[in-house]
Design a protein around this ligand. Structure first.
Ligand SMILES: *Cc1c(COP(=O)(O)O)cnc(C)c1O
Length: 450
């Protein structure tokens, strides 16, 4: 019988996170303050504990995972890797397809890998409350879970359109003891300023994060936690790729190409960067970030300094951006609607060391349904992006007769996204290419640096 699940023992949960900075050919671009000068770590101390700030700027290749974090990881890690025999057969491709399934976490996605670590370091630093933003609710539910594990209060600003579309994600957060508000709210200056301009504003990740950052900065007992974009989040997510490298060893295989959906870059970096170490050492492996055509940050955005939030409160990060005032269309992969991308992902992409591809919405659901009907698992709409790109490559292999080994990160399940599947089945989903004009205009709104 051909092997389908490739499993590791609990004692094979990684003991260290992998930091890609150690293998990058050039040092990461500096993070700048409002004056255009590189910021000092202290500038972040109002909203993050020093241990995470150190991780944010670390160049160490290996960073130890605290025992308490590994013990909580044991609830769902190591996550399984699967060989997609049935999908391969249905496609009739000579390619071998593997996927790593992060939907086995309690929250249903990869996000608890970092939420647990962030709650741990905040608790260690004497912080009592965590506040954050969430889009589709995946990050909010992960942080709510993490807060519960470490007996901390959690408050969540949830993008209003998702709050209304995904009531059960809100129920999950409340089950794990968190307070949830539809953002923009009247509770912060950032929220009030958005509502003043447009009382019907449906919210965005950028404005919800402005609200969270403002609250964290104004209270000594409260810190902020981010579900993606920052380097320490990518670091924590490296458990995905580290386990995958062992799982490939177990079956004596190695990927030619790796695909992962890319919103802020954390599951892509987490799944792919541990393989970058081999690539830096000369191995031929292609790392492909997959984004929606409606939010084409890497494939069509500008590589420039920009704010991480929409109001302009965060330091300036050098990244691919559609402009911090980008108002994304309400597509059904809420987790991929961010205007920017992680700085390390952006730099490696700019240097041609990783690749990116954008895929349209309808085709991603088509791929997700094909996947569910062969492999069984119903993927999150975000994950469908990686599946689409992987299937496209498998079909190219069918044409060329190449037996490539393909690997993708199935970042989460779609059990709370069935309303989006319903729209797909009803033929109500549309493809929306982000307009060229809006991309050009974004340039004028970028902060002036230097
Ligand atoms: C949040 C999310 C993503 C995208 O986020 P990244 O920061 O790019 O990792 C992808 N898949 C799922 C299921 C998510 O919840």
């Amino acid at each position: 019988m051909a092997q389908t699940k490739i499993l590791l023992d609990e004692n094979e949960i990684p003991t260290h996170w992998y930091n890609v900075v150690a293998d990058m050919p050039n040092a990461p671009a500096a993070v700048l303050g409002p004056d255009g000068k590189p910021i000092t770590p202290d500038a972040l101390a109002a909203i993050f504990p020093m241990s995470l700030i150190e991780q944010e700027v670390s160049a160490e290749r290996w960073i130890p995972i605290p025992d308490k974090v590994r013990e909580i990881y044991q609830l769902w890690r190591p996550s399984p890797m699967f060989r997609a025999h049935r999908l391969e057969q249905m496609l009739g491709t000579p390619a071998k397809i593997y996927y790593k399934y992060e939907g086995v976490s309690p929250a249903g996605s990869h996000k608890p890998n970092s939420a647990i670590a962030q709650a741990y370091y905040n608790k260690e630093a004497g912080i009592r409350r965590l506040v954050t933003e969430t889009g589709a609710g995946q990050w909010g539910s992960s942080l709510a879970l993490a807060g519960q594990m470490f007996d901390m209060e959690v408050r969540i600003y949830m993008v209003k359109v998702s709050y209304e579309q995904k009531p059960f994600r809100r129920s999950m957060m409340q089950t794990w003891g968190a307070e949830v508000f539809a953002s923009p709210t009247n509770m912060t200056n950032a929220g009030r300023s958005v509502l003043e301009k447009d009382p019907t504003n449906p919210g965005s990740l950028g404005s919800a994060s402005s609200e969270a950052v403002e609250e964290a900065a104004s209270r000594a007992d409260t810190n902020s936690a981010l579900g993606s974009v920052l380097n320490h989040v990518i670091l924590h997510q490296s458990v995905i790729g580290l386990e995958a490298t062992k799982q490939f060893e177990k079956v004596g295989d190695y990927p030619d190409m790796i695909f992962a959906p890319c919103g802020g870059g954390s599951n892509f970096g987490g799944a792919a960067f541990p393989f970058f170490a081999d690539k830096a050492a000369g191995k031929n492996v292609r790392l492909v970030a997959v984004e929606p055509s409606s939010c084409p940050t890497l494939t069509r955005g500008h590589y420039a300094y920009d704010f991480g939030d929409s109001v302009g409160m965060t330091p300036l990060l050098k990244m691919y951006t559609l402009g911090h005032d980008f108002m994304p269309p309400s597509i059904h992969a809420g987790g991929l609607r961010y205007h920017g991308d992680n700085a390390l992902v952006s730099q490696l992409y700019n240097e041609g060391l990783i690749e990116a591809v954008a895929v349209p919405q309808v085709a991603t659901f088509e791929a997700g349904v094909q996947f569910a009907r062969t492999e069984g698992i119903i993927p999150a709409p975000e994950s469908c992006h990686a599946i689409r790109a992987c299937i496209d490559e498998a079909l190219r292999c069918k044409e060329s007769g190449e037996a490539k080994t393909l690997f993708f990160n199935l970042s989460g399940h779609g059990h709370f996204d069935m309303a989006s599947y319903d729209k797909y089945f009803a033929g109500e989903l549309e493809d929306y290419a982000y307009p060229e004009e809006a991309i050009r205009q974004a340039l004028d709104h970028l902060p002036k640096v230097g």
